[in-house]
Design a protein around this ligand. Sequence first.
Ligand SMILES: [Zn+2]
Length: 131
Amino acid sequence: MLTAMIVHCHGRHSTILACAHREIPPLHNMVAVSGGPNVPVAPYATFGSEELAEGVVRTLDGRFACLMANHGLIALGPKLSVAMAIAEEIEEQGAVYCGTLAIGGPQLLDRAEMDRILKAFGQYGQRDAQS
Ligand SMILES: [Zn+2]
């Protein structure tokens, strides 16, 4: 049986983006710690509701993190330290994205580059799991 530890927080920048229903796009290689090329936004539903949980699971779609509309951030990993590290990095990427919006918006990495990064991160992940 697979288990996952979940971190949920209302970090300032991820919450700003969640309230604007703006995903974090592929603007930096570290976005890939989410397990995908972006960090999408789950649809709004009342906190603690089954509807919210179902929306988050659908939005994650195999990723390790997503934003929750008008709410905050959720991240998961095989152990708490990993989930926490992912949450911290996604909050940082949210801050970077917000910063770029103030100066005209980011220049995004293309899908082929994000795929290379995701592949490389997969190898890092396997090393981390062995340590
Ligand atoms: Zn919350």
